[in-house]
Each structure stands twice: as structure tokens, then as C-alpha cells.
Design a protein around this ligand. Sequence first.
Ligand code: ATP
Length: 431
Amino acid sequence: MNVRISQFKDHVGKEVTIQGWVQGGRSSGKIAFFEIRDGSGFTQAVVAQDSVADDVWQKAVGASQETSVRLTGTVSAHPKKEGVYELQVSSMEVVGTSEEYPIGNKEHGPDFLMNHRHLWLRSKKQWAILRIRDTVERAIMNYMHEQTFVRTDSPIFTPNACEGTTDLFPVPYFDLGEAYLSQSGQLYIEAAIASVGRCYDFGPVFRAEKSVTKRHLTEFWMMDAEAAFVEHDENMNIQEGLVKYIVRACLSECKEEFVILERDTMPLEKLLTLSFERLEYDDAIVRLNELGSDIKHGEDLGNDDEGLLTQHSDVPVFIHKWPKHIKPFYMKIDPENPARVFNNDLIGIEGSGEIIGGSQREDDYDLLLERIKADGLSPEEYEWYLDLRKYGSVPHSGFGIGLERMVRWMSGTEHIRECIPFPRLVNRIKP
Ligand code: ATP
């Protein structure tokens, strides 16, 4: 009977067949031990020379790293480790050989690994990160549906940008001139809220900014959410709920992955019991200066500032109500302080940096038109977006969460390039 390694607990004492790859192995005298990976998990397969036919033994001692195999044997519970199972092999079939697999147990440099990304994905750590990514993606979608958001995907080819075209990748588009790869679906899902009330999109977005950091990809996945009749504070509540939901999903579904990554889960468990901090931008600047940063009022927070603000924090921090002049035209002005807008960045803990950017949107036609003009953008290009304020405009808010930023934080990975199967960076587009 074919089973997957993750199902072993239900098959103790029974004969099963598994199909996978040889992750590693060693033989000592008359016993060969292999670590087998089948995608669902890892197990040790034990081949005893005395209990198998000679050809099986020969295949076993000859199986090199990454040989693909079909193994039949009996599942046994590890004598000492609870929840760990082994396969006592009775027969073995080689499906595909693997000669001189380039990635070994020795240390390889990041460039070598990135050039071999197509193979590097098979390593245990990458396996764990891929699975955490899957968990985060599912958690995002489940939470949004529980909160009655409807998935409403937005286009990737766009005629203009949310915030101007400088950070966009242009693409020739038939006789219509230049299109751009989307950097956010926000404007489009703002239109969809008047149909479905609350909606989200989830897909790849593209940023042509030349940011060479451990937190920037040129192609990354973003979930944009938008909700009618939701204002600034409630917008932050939804974001806090989302982050906690993702953390809870990872803690419950990714135990094995966290062990492989040697990730201490205490900080994640702790934040679930607390409320996130909400710090106005003005207060954040004062606090940063006290902590030794030379940031000036009116500047954007750098990576170091985000780290400084959260270094001793048990919870993520919302930095909200930023100066209007450094933020895009669509953010709603705070009527009590017209120099500020109702927006927020959410900074994660453990050095994870900005995870979410959100805001209440300007819902007044005249104010929005004025801001579009003031930003040097063309009102004609935004005619359809302005229409949304002409026909039944409502207060509404939304946010965008970067999938790989969240995966980087959850998995405790230093560089974001490991948080997407095939990363696209300023200086890398292969494999
Ligand atoms: P940053 O200041 O970190 O460059 P941003 O302010 O440009 O980010 P937004 O435009 O608000 O980010 O995008 C929403 C979210 O998308 C961010 O909070 C982050 O999680 C993610 N994100 C933004 N840019 C990138 C990128 N280049 N690579 C990966 N994720 C990103």
C-alpha cells in the first residue's frame, strides 16, 4: 500500500510502500540507514543485509544522495523518540539515479546556492520555509473569508500606477503604448467594495526600485484588502487580527518546520496574548531620537529605525498618522490635524521590519482631485478612480501585507530571497 511519510503514525507494524528521494545515508557493516524525503516529511529507512535479498542490499549501499526510490517495508515506532517512525526496508527500487549531486553537507556560499536554487529547494531548511509559506498563504485566505471578505483579483497589466510610474516595470502593450506591471491592486479593489463590500486580492506585484536589502524583492506576493464603512482604527484591528491568525496557524501547523529551522517560538506565543502597540508617527520620531536615531521629523523610517523601535518589544507596533506630504494622494486627511493622514505601517518584532502598509482612503471627491493634481498626476488617468467618489462614496480603508515579509518573520529567515521559491532580485533573475 502506498502511503506518505506523514501518515506513518497510522501504519505502525504494517507493510507500506513509500516513494521519495534519498536525503542522506550511511552504512555501518551490515546495516544501511537512509534519510528519505517524500515531500510530506522525512523518515529513517533501515536496511539490514541479513533480512533483504542480495540485490536489495546492493541497491541500498549504492544509492547516492538524491537518488529517487520506491521502498517497501514495515513501519516501526522509534524506540526512544515519541512521534518518530522508521521504515524497516524489505525491498527497494531505484526510480532515478543521481550522480554527484552538487549540494553536499559542506557549507556553500549564497551565490552557489542561489545558482542552484532549483536543487537547493530540496534541502530541509528550504522544505520547511516552503511549507511555512503555504501555511501563511492559507491562513491569510481563511482569515479574510472568516471576516467576510470576497476574493476579487486585480489586473497585473495596468495603465498607470498607484503612486506614479518611477518604480514600475514598463511593458510594451500592442498599439496602446506602454503598460506597467502592477505594484498593488489597491485602486481596483477600491472599486470592487461597492459591489461586494469587503474584498481582497492576492497575487504577484512588481517594484522596480533598486533596493538591495534583505527585505526587498522585485517580484513579491501581496494580499491587498479593502473594506467599505471601515475607518482607521477598525482597519488596524483587522490587520492585528490577521497577523495573530497567521501566527496561530503557523504555531499549530508548522511544529516540525520550526524544529528544523531551530526557531524559538516563544516570542510568537507571547504576542498572541497581548495587544499590538499603536504609536503615532510624531511620538515614534521622539522615541527614536531618544533611542539615538538621527531621524528627522518628516522622514521615512529606515530599516534601522524599525529595528530600534521594536528591539525590546513583545508585540508588533503600528506607526500611524504620518505626515501628509510624505504619503500618497489617496490617504485620508485627519480632519483634526490636516497635516497628518489616517495611515499605518505595521512593524513586526524580531527584526522583521515592515509587514503591512495600510490607510483609510480619501472618500471626498474634491479633496482627492486636489491631491491628485498636487502630486503632479493626471486627473484624466484617474477619472474612473474619481468616479468612485461621485456615486455613493463611503468611508473605506484597506491595507497590503507582503507575503514574503511575513514568511521571513515566521520562519526566522535572515534573507527574503529564501522566502519565495524562485526569487527575483535587482541582480538576479535566474534560475
Ligand atoms: P518598504 O518601505 O519596506 O520598501 P513600502 O512602504 O514600499 O515598503 P507598501 O507599498 O506599503 O511597502 O507595500 C505593502 C507591503 O508589501 C509592505 O508592508 C511589505 O510587507 C511588502 N513589500 C513592499 N515592498 C516590498 C518588496 N520590495 N519586497 C517584498 N515585500 C515588499
